[in-house]
Each structure stands twice: as structure tokens, then as C-alpha cells.
Design a protein around this ligand. Structure first.
Ligand SMILES: Cc1cc2nc3c(=O)[nH]c(=O)nc-3n(C[C@H](O)[C@H](O)[C@H](O)COP(=O)(O)OP(=O)(O)OC[C@H]3O[C@@H](n4cnc5c(N)ncnc54)[C@H](O)[C@@H]3O)c2cc1C
Length: 419
């Protein structure tokens, strides 16, 4: 079948991207009574999606009220289905220097005001509560949020999908969105795709996600969808989908690496996420540790190369050894690279798309660019966007501030608490 002769599949809502965000949006729309929802993804398994490759941290310890609120709503939900999504309220501990402590304490006031309990610890309390931290001369204290913690992102995504499927949402695999077509009228949007009919191998997935020429050699067939509305939930590929939908997105994908290490001299399991002033974050991962670090100057682009032992030796181990003599014998085990999708102010973009050359108002929506916070915001973001779409207003959480308009109006949400 030629790529463009494919029969048209009519749907009501077409969601592009079935990661945590697309799956959450689908679940919420279905819960609000919407039907005819199709979620398309090139790889439902998600082996290269951000939802698969993240660190599972969930926290409301942000500086921007909207980010605090988005996490608060989401974490409250995770707590209500804790076993199903692997939520553990093991806390986020932010270690602070004399320079960074005042801002953290100021943010804490806001977090407390918005209903998120955050404790302020002096160094003595830190050493009492976290006895393995025996190098603290550079620290002035710490803030600790006991209900922050960890989820299992895979369980969470499958939870959203299962709830959505129960209400009739269809998830379509191996479908790569490639374009749009003008319909001549404004009632529907036509979206073009290529489909594979057997699973793609890892190399083939890499070619497609990186837009490499080899992808042309895959056994594609064509597909066409007509939708009353289209929602861009394509994570790191959101700018590409935006372009196909006739508008521009200011975000970019960027590589982030995490590693797993053997921490034989310390039992990390009683602790949660710990964020060092160096920017290195770490938490227990089964009987090992997981650590990540955002290298400054990392170029924008789709890059899944993991630097391996050298990432651990250069960035992770030195920072951790500066924190504890017990970390001297840490040993690198494995690791991976995934993609953050970063907006100019490092907060998400959520809402209706204004000014698309393809469709008029009420047809195109978006939720992406979570800048490292998509797992923790996923429930609230899906709920907010579904409310906007179905009821034309935000009810539970005011997500108006996440609209992409802010980049034109200058009302940016500069989030300082990013890792
Ligand atoms: C190393 C790392 C650590 C992180 N740690 C955390 C953390 O601790 N806590 C936290 O909250 N967040 C964390 N994040 C961020 C979080 O993972 C993301 O914000 C979140 O997963 C975004 O979900 P998403 O659904 O928007 O994107 P994705 O999960 O990437 O989903 C987008 C989907 O769109 C599909 N797609 C894209 N283009 C097309 C197309 N043309 N056709 C069809 N399908 C398409 C892709 O296949 C993909 O499945 C981390 C991210 C990384 C990389």
C-alpha cells in the first residue's frame, strides 16, 4: 500500500505520544466522558521514551506555586493508589550550602503555605538523621519533604493506560506520525502516519527517533487519521510534532545520564532521594544506588549514548565521596542515557495551541516540555488539560500559567528547583 493511499481512520481525539503524559491525558478525558480517543505511539513499550528512562522521583519541593500545586495533586493521587504505582513516601532531602540555604527556606515557606510539609534541618539534625553523611563542613543545613519520594514510572504509565482502556481508549502501537493534510474545512484535522506491522528492533527504533536516513528502509505502510482534535504529547519530539501541526514549540531535547552503583558500605534503603549541592542526585535502587547529574553544556539533540564508567568516575563518584567516607568504595555497575524535554523556563507547556496555521481554535492542544518533572506532574497535568478541553476551564489546578503564550508575553515561570 502506498503511504498516502491508506484508508482514513476517523477518531474524535488523537493523542500523539503514549508516555506518562499522553496516557494520563487519555485517562482523564475518558473519565470526563469523552469517547473515540486514539493514542498513537511509535513504541508503546517506550524503551526510548523519557517515561521509561527516568529516575522515578516525585516531589512538590519547587519554587513556583504552579509547579508545587501540580506535584501536590499528582502525589496525593499516587498515595491513593500507592501499591499499584509503586509510590513510596521516602522523602526528598536537599542539602544546602550557606549560599543556597536562604532561598530553600524561602521556598519552604511557600511550600508549607500550599500544604506541603517541609522540614528544615540544621547540620546536627542532618547528621543524626542520615548518619552516613560524615562530610558536612560545606553545608549550612538541609530541607526535607517527607511526602516527596519515588514512584515506579512503568507501573504508573500502565496504571493510566489500564484505566483509559477500561473506558474504551485505544492505544495504537508502531505508528510514526509524519505529517498533516489540509482538509479544506475546519471541522477535522487529517494526520498522516507510517506504520510497521512487526516489532522494530532497538537499532530501528533508534533510527526512527533520531530521524536517521536508515529509517526509510523499514517496511512501512501508510495510515491516515481524521480527528476533531489533536493533542501533542510527544515529549522530546514535541517540537517536531508542533511543526507538523502548524505551530512552533520553543523546547528542545537534551541528553541526561543516570547510573546504578554498588554501595557496599552503606545501606541506602531507609532513605529517599538526596540532592547534593553539586547537582548530583541519588536514591536507593533495590540494594544498589541510582545517581544522576545534568552536565552543563550538554548539546541539544537526540542522543542516547551512555558514557559509562567515565560518567560515574568524572561526575558521580567525586561528588558522593565528598559527602561520605562510606562512599569511597562505590562501584559503577551500569547506567543509561535518556532525554529531557526542556522549555526555556524549565517548566511544562500545557494548554490549547493558539495560532496554528493548520486549524482554528479548539482543535489543537499540547502537554509536553516537562523539563525533568513529567513523572511527578503527570496526573495533575493530564487532569488539567482534560478539564480545559472538556469544560473549557481549569477547575482542579490552575494550569493557565503553563500556556505557551508566556514566552511571548514574558510571564515566564523561571523554576529554580531543577535538577
Ligand atoms: C534520565 C532522566 C531522569 C528523569 N528523572 C525524573 C524524575 O526523577 N522525576 C520526574 O518526574 N521526571 C523525571 N524525568 C522526566 C520525565 O521522564 C519526563 O518528563 C516524562 O517522562 C515525560 O513524559 P512524556 O509522556 O511527555 O514523554 P515520553 O515518555 O518521551 O513520551 C513521548 C512519546 O511520544 C512518542 N512519539 C514521539 N514522536 C512521535 C511520532 N512522530 N509518532 C509517534 N509517536 C511519537 C514517543 O515514542 C514516546 O513514547 C527524567 C527524565 C530522564 C531522561
Amino acid at each position: 500500500m502506498s503511504l498516502h493511499a491508506a484508508p482514513v481512520q476517523k477518531v474524535d481525539t488523537l493523542i500523539i505520544g503514549a508516555g506518562l503524559i499522553g496516557s494520563s491525558v487519555a485517562m482523564h478525558l475518558a473519565r470526563m466522558g469523552e469517547r473515540g480517543i486514539r493514542v498513537v505511539d511509535f513504541d508503546l513499550e517506550g524503551s526510548l521514551s523519557s517515561s521509561e528512562l527516568n529516575a522515578g522521583g516525585v516531589r512538590a519541593t519547587f519554587g513556583q506555586p504552579a509547579n508545587i500545586e501540580m506535584s501536590r495533586i499528582s502525589i496525593n493521587y499516587f498515595a491513593s493508589v500507592a501499591d499499584e504505582v509503586g509510590y513510596r513516601p521516602c522523602g526528598y532531602l536537599w542539602l544546602k550550602t550557606p549560599e543556597s540555604l536562604p532561598a530553600a527556606l524561602k521556598a519552604r515557606e511557600l511550600q508549607q503555605k500550599l500544604g506541603w510539609n517541609v522540614e528544615a534541618w540544621d547540620v546536627a539534625e542532618l547528621r543524626r538523621r542520615v548518619p552516613f553523611m560524615d562530610k558536612t563542613d560545606d553545608l549550612a543545613g538541609a530541607v526535607f519533604a517527607p511526602r516527596d519520594g519515588l514512584v515506579n514510572p512503568n507501573l504508573l504509565k500502565n496504571h493510566y493506560r489500564a484505566k483509559a482502556r477500561e473506558l474504551g481508549v485505544v492505544f495504537e502501537d508502531r505508528t510514526w506520525i509524519t505529517g498533516t493534510e489540509s482538509m479544506g474545512d475546519d471541522a477535522r484535522i487529517r494526520v498522516l502516519a507510517r506504520q510497521l506491522h512487526s516489532p522494530a528492533f532497538h537499532e530501528a527504533k533508534l533510527s526512527v527517533f533520531a530521524g536517521r536516513p536508515e529509517m526509510e528502509g523499514l517496511p512501512w505502510t501508510g495510515a491516515r487519521f481524521e480527528a476533531r482534535r489533536v493533542i501533542n504529547c510527544a515529549g522530546p519530539w514535541a517540537p517536531q510534532i508542533a511543526k507538523l501541526l502548524g505551530y512552533s514549540c520553543p523546547s528542545h531535547p537534551v541528553r541526561r545520564q543516570v547510573c546504578i552503583f554498588d554501595c557496599r558500605d552503606v545501606d541506602l534503603t531507609p532513605f529517599g532521594m538526596m540532592v547534593d549541592p553539586s547537582g548530583v542526585y541519588f536514591h536507593p535502587e533495590a540494594s544498589n544506588g541510582l545517581a544522576g547529574f545534568a552536565q552543563s553544556g550538554e548539546p541539544a539533540g537526540v542522543n542516547y549514548h551512555y558514557d559509562g564508567e567515565s560518567f560515574f568516575e568524572e561526575f558521580i563518584w567525586p561528588a558522593l565521596y565528598e559527602r561520605s567516607t562510606k562512599f569511597e568504595r562505590l562501584k559503577h555497575l551500569t547506567g543509561w542515557a535518556g532525554l529531557y524535554e526542556v522549555s526555556p523556563d524549565e517548566s511544562a507547556i500545557i494548554g490549547e495551541v493558539a495560532g496554528s496555521s493548520l486549524a482554528s481554535a479548539g482543535r489543537i492542544f499540547e502537554a509536553h516540555s516537562f523539563s525533568g518533572h513529567g513523572a511527578m506532574h503527570s496526573y495533575g497535568a493530564g487532569l488539567a488539560l482534560a478539564e480545559k478541553i472538556v469544560r473549557n476551564r481549569y477547575e482542579t489546578v490552575d494550569a493557565a500559567v503553563f500556556s505557551a503564550d508566556r514566552f511571548a508575553t514574558g510571564k515566564l515561570l523561571h523554576e529554580q528547583a531543577v535538577i
